[in-house]
Design a protein around this ligand. Sequence first.
Ligand code: PMV
Length: 331
Amino acid sequence: MQYSSKGIFKSEKEIKGDCMQTGVGQSHAKIILIGEHAVVYGQPAIALPIFAVQARVTVTLEPALQTPQIKSTYYNGPLEQAVGQMQGIRRLIEQLWHALDPNLTPFELTIESDLPPERGMGSSAATAVAIIRALFATYHQELSQQRLLKLAALSENLIHGNPSGIDAATTGATTPLWFVKGQPLQPLPINLKGYLVIADSGQKGQTGAAVKSVQNQMMSNPEQTQPLIDHLGYLTQQVARNIAQNELTVLGANLNRAQLDLRALGVSNARVDHLIDVANQTGSLGTKLTGGGRGGCIIALAATQSAADDLAQALSAAGAIKTWIQPLHAL
Ligand code: PMV
């Protein structure tokens, strides 16, 4: 016979609750401060964690269920029937379930994410990281950072064959990172007093198409394309120095220069350019697209919280569907 803490008989639900095995995994958004596209060609990029925008996954073992179930904004139902954009996630979950649970006990997996999808904030990678953490927590398995990143990279490859792997590498990280394709990640301590405003253009980014078009230009017109890539790499090196030396104004100017290169590579578009112009007219110290481009998000730099608030307001009035402010000293 079982008693609850209040000394009365436990209900069936309470007894079930005691046996319930649950795991929670969390992750956050990321943005690329500078270096996107050039990073595909071996240049460095700097990525920042955005803690204000979170993803959370909860797994509860449910022996009474027939098969694992998923609950999310995009899909509710049996894991085995998750198709389309959920297919990569499904394969990741199945792979981990088979690896971690010899009994293959069914479960319910709930995905709650504040990350907008396909906006360059690492939505799919953040979901994958939270899923991996939640499943390892459910089965009380240790998960090293190295293993986490490897599994997240696998999942990202399944989802969209990401050429540099920067998303998977950075959504699991808790510090700003210096990223060079194929090399170990390097934490990049930030010594900056400023604010980054992130604005969602409301248009899906087109990372795959943009990466492909840069690749085509690299092949058909290397004389003009390679210098743009090299210059982006140079600017990224400069920005790393600005970050270390708290040179906010120079950093802003370098972000503007990077945007000119990205525009010349053809990965910006009219809507993104419009938001960038509005930010610059509202006193941004530097503004550029972030991630793959052709939609997605832009970032703008401000010296104070009130300047950041003004930027966020102006960007919303100009059509941004959502804005976030990340204090740089909190990174
Ligand atoms: O759009 P995002 O956040 O997935 O970033 C893409 C970054 C690129 O450099 C354009 C591509 C890559 O794989 O690094």
